[in-house]
Design a protein around this ligand. Structure first.
Ligand code: M6R
Length: 607
């Protein structure tokens, strides 16, 4: 996730406005910054790594001349947070400046083709191919707008882009596919940005660009076209009545709710990983003798789920271990044949880094999955994958959890293919289902986003909750319980359902809510027995189960129905969503702030 901003003003310098716009988009990324402005027929690009205010100060970006310009704040996905990888990017001749948010999936092929045609690349980003594609099209003697449109047609993946050039000094060309882009019109000029808050100080007349749309901005407004055939569209901006604070949360009352609703799109991004990194990580896993998944908190629960995935799909035993326990538990037996896959959203969790350091000292191979490119974890790992969820502001991990699962399931699936332990047909079918998961999560949010608030109403006064599941669903139950615990502070338990009779059932009494996670499939086995066990002791049963599961429905007090046909091994991704919503609504009904749970920090960098 990155933030992009552009404006064509009727008069005055645009640079301070770009600065202000980017500040309001800083939540989207903050590892490098760059501006491009046009003045007296000259395009000037200045950029560097660092946070917005620091780079603006050190390069004097606020003083750049010109009333047309674009700016970018970056959250690295391809290429380190270095000056050369900061946006805007340009072509060989320095004629265009391109800013981009998204992931160009086919950039390697495009780059190779462009290199063969003699283009020189200066960065390691996917974005730079766009500038060179535009340059290539401009050789055909077409105008900038036409060249941008033609270049966009080569791109696969997600993008919100904005392009300026001294050849058309009072224009910005922009477009979107799956990454957000809004336009704004006012008496002072025209604007484009990744998000409404960046534009709101200047106008409340906003138009949301849709997928596959392209816009030409000048000082008086914009024209819209379809990218695929260049046909013109007519759509007027709407007037929105949000305050800036509301706009920062896109109208959601809390970041956590916004982030839960971002999951369909963050999951799509997690499906756009670069194959070569997936290949690299699977090669390391395949070579290892002793394999460990190491993480803390929510990331640890993703690891528990992943251990089922690796075992079921690739017949690979990989132990999930809580990072603070790792050195004590397995530290002495680690060696050159051990592989430690560390999973950390922040890449800065102290306990996880300690485990990683120890593993490195024992000559084990350390690989990583993280949301923060060039975090400490990335610097210490032999190879890592970025999950590409964008910054998460709510302290409780939501979209980063489901994306971690998506990345880990792709690794398991890749290993399943290479090891050939399950049939290719089975892997193909699963992979098809995996690509449907973002849509399924969207359906779940649509169906249950608000109604879970009503359900929670019935349980708001309870002072103990239990979350149960079997198999891979026990990981879902653990994560559901962690969300509830973090946000509502209500004591709660979670463990694999079969474990009840070995002790924990003693706490169950009349009216205790027990949430069962029971997707159709292997993990549903024996769950009816577990439900009956709890019912017999007076528990209130809330089941998250497949729609039409009559048996579970008939023995539950409340049911959260999930779409049919979700494979058990992928079920934690959609099945955790109602549990996130449950915790969120319970917190709100208890007048607690879900974004800032007490005693917790987003990133735990201390022992
Ligand atoms: O950044 P990490 O993934 O390493 O963080 C690990 C935990 O601190 C984190 O998941 C924590 O449990 C969250 N508050 C969960 O919502």
């Amino acid at each position: 996730m990155c933030g992009i901003f552009g404006s064509v003003l009727k008069e005055g310098r645009v640079a301070p406005i770009i600065h202000d716009g980017l500040k309001r988009l800083e939540y989207r990324g903050y590892d490098s910054v760059g501006f491009a402005t046009i003045d007296s027929g000259v395009l000037q690009i200045l950029k560097d790594k660092g946070r917005i205010d620091d780079v603006v100060e050190s390069l004097g970006l606020d003083k750049m001349p010109g009333s047309t310009g674009v700016g970018h704040t970056r959250w690295a996905t391809h290429g380190a947070p270095e000056m050369i990888n900061a946006h805007p990017h340009s072509d060989c001749e320095g004629r265009v400046a391109v800013i981009h948010n998204g992931v160009i999936e086919n950039f390697m092929e495009l780059k190779e083709e462009l290199l063969n045609r003699g283009h020189n690349f200066t960065s390691r980003t996917d974005t730079e191919v766009i500038a060179h594609l535009i340059e290539e099209e401009m050789k055909g003697d077409v105008g900038l707008g036409e060249a941008v449109l033609k270049a966009l047609r080569f791109l696969e993946g997600s993008y919100a882009v904005a392009v300026v050039s001294a050849t058309e000094p009072d224009k910005i060309y922009c477009a979107r596919n799956e990454s957000p882009l809004v336009l704004g019109v006012s008496d002072t000029g025209t604007f484009c940005a990744s998000d409404v808050p960046a534009i709101l100080p200047y106008t409340n007349k906003i138009l949301y660009l849709r997928n596959g749309e392209f816009a030409e901005l000048d000082k008086d407004g914009f024209t819209l076209k379809l990218i695929n055939d260049g046909s013109t569209l007519i759509r007027a901006p709407m007037e929105i009545d949000w305050t800036i604070e509301m706009a920062e949360k896109q109208g959601y009352p809390y970041f956590m709710l916004k982030e839960m609703y971002e999951q369909p799109s963050s999951l799509r991004n997690a499906l756009r990983l670069q194959q070569r990194y997936l290949d690299l990580l699977t090669t390391f896993l395949d070579r290892g003798e002793d394999l460990f998944l190491v993480a803390a908190g929510t990331s640890y629960y993703a690891c528990i789920a992943a251990s089922y995935m690796f075992s079921k799909l690739a017949r690979l035993t990989i132990y999930p271990v809580i990072s603070s326990e790792f050195v004590e538990q397995y530290g002495s037996s680690l060696g050159v044949d051990s592989v430690v896959l560390a999973v950390s959203q922040s890449g800065e969790t102290y306990d996880t880094l300690q485990a990683v350091e120890h593993a490195r000292m024992r000559a084990a191979t350390v690989i990583g999955v993280t949301n923060t490119v060039f975090s400490s974890l990335c610097r210490r790992a032999r190879a890592y994958i970025s999950q590409q969820s964008g910054p998460e502001i709510g302290v409780a991990a939501t979209k980063t959890f489901t994306s971690q699962l998506m990345v880990l399931s792709q690794l398991a699936m890749k290993l399943a293919r290479t090891k050939g332990k399950i049939s290719q047909d089975e892997v193909d079918e699963l992979e098809e289902k995996m690509f449907q998961i973002p849509d399924i999560v969207e359906q779940v949010l649509e169906r249950h986003g608000e109604s879970i608030g009503d359900l929670v109403n019935k349980y708001v006064d309870k002072n103990l909750y239990i979350f149960l599941g079997r198999g891979i669903s026990s990981a879902t139950a653990l994560e559901g319980r962690l969300k509830l615990l973090e946000l509502t502070y209500v004591p709660s338990l979670a463990y694999p359902a079969g474990e009840s009779k070995h002790g924990p059932i003693s706490v169950v009494e009349e009216g205790v809510p027990v949430v069962f996670v029971c997707p159709r499939g292997e993990s549903r086995k024996d769950i009816v027995g577990s439900i009956m066990e709890m019912k017999a002791r007076g528990a209130k049963i809330i089941s998250v189960c497949e729609e039409g599961d009559k048996e579970i429905t008939s023995i539950s007090d409340d049911v959260i129905a999930m779409p049919m046909g979700i494979p058990d091994v992928l079920s934690p991704i959609p099945y955790v969503v109602p549990l996130q919503l449950f915790a969120y609504h319970l917190a709100v009904q208890k007048s607690l702030d879900p974004d800032k749970p007490r005693n917790l920090a987003k990133s735990v960098t201390v022992p």
